[in-house]
Write a protein that binds this ligand. Structure first.
Ligand code: ADP
Ligand code: MG
Length: 698
């Protein structure tokens, strides 16, 4: 069968090679099919005609019917414009154009009946519509207009006259050529059971809906399908892996774990820590490989949970390994864990890029014999030269700095893939986690250890520096330490940002008796580590830094986090930065410094930060404000970007629902062989082929 939709877009009438190349470059549209799946971002009701006297300043697009009373030109140069006075008998509207003036005067006639369409603005008591769409009333069939689709376009497209209207016309011509239905992409059983519109109807109606009800049904069908295949893909991989690898079984909790629990554990576990440990223990004993994402706000005590999980591995005769994204963090984990295990007969080693020569060799051979039971390190631990006797569990700290490919390399380190525990302090809303890491089970530590004082967050304007420095001075006099964070290292001349270098000099002048260290992303790692070390050891009272300090550094004595140009940071980043303080028993502060002029979004972000310390609440708010594309962690997976119609922030419920649908199918048809699902498996295969990100899921 010849499939029309595979045809090159340049052959669509009204396109041609030049426009085709713009569509290729700007929107990635190469075929009829690609265009058909370029969905409108909104619809405007064109079935209704408004009266001029009904117009108020807050209206979206509206439609008027009337005649032009006369033309007028005004302004000079770039301000030159054509004004047409348009009336429907209830009032007058000024139609305004800044381009094509000569052409327009020739085109539109006085005292003809027109339908005018556009967005009204009210200015000095006069109503304007700039660059309206105009049609002869006699030529426009209103009843047939229904909802008009609007398509996103780019600046480059507009220069080639490819505006939303032009896309709409192409789409009309494309849809007009579809004489027979497209091959269905969901099975008849799914369509029937979930009352879904057939594919072809859905596509027609998503572009040219005859009314709101039909539109809703079309949207539902397409969103359902999109989310369904995302989930089917993830769950299918998970199933394959489950069948391929049985996973080590850690049957018992033995002397090492119990000894630690009764003698070394310096405090009572929080209820959340207990619950999560139970979840992990169940996984480890279940006879399938664990893939668990452990979410918990900064300071919630994930390290301890990780350590106790590793001790279970040791109790069962296996080794464990923990990876951190930076050398400093690896060091910190090493120190912490050595301290926690004090007096116990467990061999822990640290392996980073800077550990070389004899020491390195000793560690490597200790790993091969099994003498080294816990290895802590950076990426260095996944190098080819590092081999274990029996690696049973891997803990990865701060997930988003570790790519999927790096996780996959762990597979090769032992006979069976080890159990994996991924820890992240960037809380991810549940819906997003399901899409991104659908094959990971999620545990949440949603409780801080007792006795922590919530960090007080304050929003302060730039101009109140004197009082700001007074507070800093007070904290330093009490022996505390202070972070000052800047968004960028070097800024373009245009935007007046205090850049880090300037800030550093300024702070040195303000606090001449203090030691100030400086850290930014362009430094050599050794230099950076040395500066960080000054702060960790307490020699420096103030650290001036860019966001490199975001991840993990633990300096309980630091009590103030000042974030300069806070308007330049996203919510989750602000929250991460704030988490650097509040680690000791004293009251800590986070001060968000901004200029006076703030965009609405920024104001909201700052309000949320001031209001709450709850990472999950912040993550949800972030998802709503920014959409999933910008969230940390999504870049790496790319999946959230590929969604054409579903929206993870808004369609969370549907996502949950289709996940269950997909799960049922995978469970009932583990070999992907049932005839009733043939369409589904074929479609999944096709999608994996065209979608790079889909194949990369671990
Ligand atoms: P995270 O890695 O989740 O940011 P950490 O594991 O670094 O947090 O823990 C933060 C601090 O809280 C550490 O100093 C740790 O010793 C302490 N801590 C962890 N669990 C508890 C607990 N149950 N009670 C008291 N303090 C705890
Ligand atoms: Mg940590």
């Amino acid at each position: 069968m010849f499939d029309l939709t595979t045809r090159d877009i340049k052959y669509l009438s009204g396109v041609g090679p030049q426009r085709a190349s713009v569509l290729n470059k700007e929107l990635g549209i190469f075929s009829f099919h690609d265009l058909l799946y370029y969905f409108p971002y909104k619809y405007v009701d064109r079935s209704r005609i408004y009266r001029i006297r009904e117009i108020d300043g807050a209206m979206p697009y509206i439609q008027l019917k009337g005649e032009i009373l006369g033309f007028e030109t005004a302004g000079e140069g770039r301000q030159r414009r054509l004004i047409a006075h348009f009336s429907d008998g209830t009032g007058i509207v000024d139609l305004i154009w800044f381009q094509g003036i000569k052409y327009l005067i020739g085109k539109y006639k006085v005292h003809q009946e027109y339908i005018v369409f556009g967005k009204p603005t009210v200015f000095n008591g006069r109503i304007n519509i700039a660059h309206p769409d105009i049609d002869l009333a006699s030529e426009l069939k209103l009843s047939a207009m229904g909802l008009q689709p609007y398509y996103n376009t780019t600046e480059k497209m507009k220069r080639s006259l490819l505006n939303s209207h032009a896309i709409e016309k192409m789409m009309k011509s494309l849809v007009g050529q579809l004489n027979e239905p497209l091959p269905e992409t969901l099975s008849p059983a799914l369509l029937a059971e979930h009352h879904l519109m057939p594919l072809t109807d859905a596509l027609m109606n998503i572009h040219f809906p005859s009314g709101p009800d039909v539109l809703r049904k079309a949207e539902y069908r397409l969103k359902f399908e999109e989310l369904f295949y995302v989930q089917l893909n993830i769950l299918r991989y998970a199933k394959d892996r489950q069948r391929k690898y049985r996973g080590y079984v850690f049957e018992k909790v033995g002397d090492i774990f119990n000894g630690f629990y009764s003698r070394n554990l310096p405090f009572e576990l929080t209820n959340a820590q207990k619950r999560v440990l139970k979840e992990i223990r169940r996984d480890l004993g279940a006879g399938r490989q664990m893939n668990r994402l452990l979410q918990g706000d900064v300071g919630s005590g994930k390290t301890l949970v990780a350590l106790m999980s590793m001790l279970i591995a040791l109790d069962n005769g296996y080794q464990a390994c923990m990876m951190a994204p930076t050398e400093i963090l690896a060091n910190q984990h090493y120190e912490t864990i050595r301290e926690l295990l004090y007096g116990m007969d467990v061999r822990v080693e640290l392996l980073t890029g800077s550990i070389k020569g004899k020491r390195r060799e000793a560690i490597l051979s200790g790993l091969l014999t099994g003498d080294v039971q816990i290895l802590i390190g950076t990426h260095a631990v996944i190098e080819d030269t590092v081999n274990f006797a029996s690696l049973g569990l891997v803990v990865i700290d701060e997930q988003h700095r570790f790519g999927v490919a790096q996780r996959a390399r762990l597979w090769t380190k032992s006979v069976q893939p080890p159990h994996i525990l991924v820890m992240t302090a960037t809380p991810i809303p549940r819906t997003l986690a399901m899409t991104l890491y659908g094959d990971l089970d999620v545990s949440v530590i949603d409780e801080l250890p007792p006795g922590r004082k919530p960090i007080a967050t304050i929003h302060q304007f730039d101009s109140h520096r004197v009082s700001l420095y007074c507070s800093v001075r007070k904290q330093i006099d009490e022996g505390r330490q202070v972070y000052i964070v800047y968004p960028l290292i070097k800024e373009s001349e245009k935007i007046d940002l205090k850049n880090l270098e300037e800030g550093y000099l300024h702070i040195c002048e303000e606090f001449p008796d203090c030691r100030v260290c400086k850290v930014h992303g362009k430094m050599k790692p050794a230099e950076k580590d040395a500066q960080m070390q000054l702060f960790v050891s307490g020699e420096a009272q103030i650290m001036v830094a860019t966001t490199v300090i975001e991840v993990g550094v633990n300096v309980p004595n630091a009590s103030v986090m000042i974030i300069e140009n806070a308007e330049r940071f996203g919510l989750s980043q602000l929250h991460q930065l704030r988490g650097r303080v509040g680690r000791g028993a004293d009251q800590s502060y986070c001060i968000l410094v901004t200029g006076y002029k703030l965009a609405e979004d920024t104001r909201k972000r700052l309000e949320i930060m001031v209001r709450t310390n709850d990472g999950f609440e912040i993550a949800e708010a972030d998802l709503k404000l920014r959409g999933p594309g910008d969230l940390e962690g999504t870049q790496q997976s790319g999946i959230a970007f590929d969604l054409k119609i579903a929206d993870i922030a808004r369609d969370g419920q549907l996502l949950q629902y289709v996940r269950e649908v997909a799960q049922t199918i995978v469970d009932k048809d583990p070999n992907a062989s049932l005839p009733e699902n043939e369409i589904l498996w074929r479609q999944l295969k096709a999608l994996r082929k065209t979608n790079v990100n889909w194949a990369a899921i671990s």
